[in-house]
Write a protein that binds this ligand. Structure first.
Ligand code: HEC
Ligand code: HEC
Length: 281
């Protein structure tokens, strides 16, 4: 297979800047212009090789079903690849969900490809690309995220992540994994094991998880929760209808058709660290 040439769309980015100098983003202060001109090119920058830690991010993130799901690239003359403005806007929506405005260190986009000893996530199938936070590309992403933090609506509660209540998870949230809803399959059927196994299969004759099993379920589910931010928590957006602000795709279908669903509201309160009554039905 011959390597496909990937060249950053510098010309496109420069002309964009000239046309749209003012931020128009509604995503909690994140600038689309800055994203398109500076951050997005990082995803297609060539890295001198193939495979984890060496392929351009887009090689994997255009095709795979990962949360960083980018639009398919267009090909111009000389094999130069690019995203149209409309595509960039769709990418922006997706990428914005992976950051916590004002807080690069807490943003999944920045933690995933960063070395563990530099504060990165423990694991990334795509490998580690940034040795330290001083990396120029990492700094570009950090500047973009930091710039959004100046927005006055970042409350103190958002600046410090609230703890996620395990007891509430154990006694109430887990019940959802077992509850059937008309026409929908229960989570436990598909999330009983493996890397997404937050609802481990129960052994014969048992109706609920014991303390030890609950802890293991909790450790897995935490990966899909961003404390303080219900709409950045995949546990809440994956099974939520796309029209209601959910993710574009979930093989398991939709459990919540709207954010007004009492169960969704309860989970949102839990993610925000608020006290809430258990709603099960
Ligand atoms: C060789 C393929 C590959 C490359 C190259 C790659 N990734 Fe990934 N990435 C994956 C896979 C697979 C996942 C999902 C599994 C995981 O979380 O590790 C993923 C997950 C992610 C996530 C989602 C984290 C989450 O769970 O919310 C982010 C963010 C991410 N990658 C960023 C990047 C960035 C930035 C680059 C380029 C600097 C990059 N990746 C390059 C394969 C790749
Ligand atoms: C019919 C099988 C099935 C059912 C039922 C199901 N899921 Fe899923 N779920 C999947 C598969 C497969 C994936 C991975 C591919 C994808 O994102 O759709 C997934 C992904 C997810 C993810 C994102 C994981 C990631 O890696 O980003 C979350 C969160 C999730 N499911 C939550 C739930 C919840 C909560 C329920 C129950 C209300 C549920 N699922 C029911 C099959 C299912």
């Amino acid at each position: 297979m011959t390597p496909r040439r990937l060249v950053a769309p510098v010309a496109v980015a420069a002309s964009m800047f000239a046309l749209a100098p003012v931020s128009s983003s509604g995503q909690q202060g994140l600038s689309f212009e800055q994203y398109r001109a500076r951050v997005e090119p990082i995803f297609i920058a060539p890295r001198g090789g193939h495979g984890p830690g060496m392929s351009p991010c887009a090689t994997c993130h255009v095709h795979s079903g990962t949360p960083l799901k980018l639009q398919p690239l267009q090909e111009g003359e000389n094999g130069r690849v690019f995203w149209s403005e409309e595509q960039s806007r769709m990418n922006f929506e997706v990428v914005s969900r992976l950051v916590v405005p004002g807080q690069p260190e807490r943003s999944r986009l920045l933690r995933k490809a960063l070395a563990v000893q530099a504060g990165g996530a423990p694991f990334h199938v795509g490998g580690k690309f940034f040795e330290s936070q001083a990396d120029p590309e990492w700094q570009i992403m950090a500047e973009w995220v930091r710039a959004a933090g100046t927005s006055p609506d970042l409350t103190a509660a958002e600046a410090t992540p609230p703890p996620l209540d395990f007891e509430f998870f154990r006694t109430c949230v887990q019940q959802i994994f077992l509850d059937k809803r008309e026409g929908r399959m229960e989570c436990i059927h598909c999330h009983g094991g493996g890397s997404r196994g937050f609802a481990r299969t129960l052994s014969e004759g048992r109706a609920f998880w014991n303390l030890e099993e609950s802890r293991r379920n909790f450790e897995v589910l935490r990966r899909y929760v961003e404390p303080g931010y219900p709409l950045r928590s995949r546990f809440l957006t994956h099974p939520l209808a796309p029209e209601a602000g959910g993710d574009h795709f979930h093989s398991g279908g939709r459990r919540w058709l709207s954010q007004d669903d009492p169960e969704w509201q309860m989970l949102a309160a839990w993610v925000r660290g608020q006290q809430t009554a258990c709603v099960n039905y």
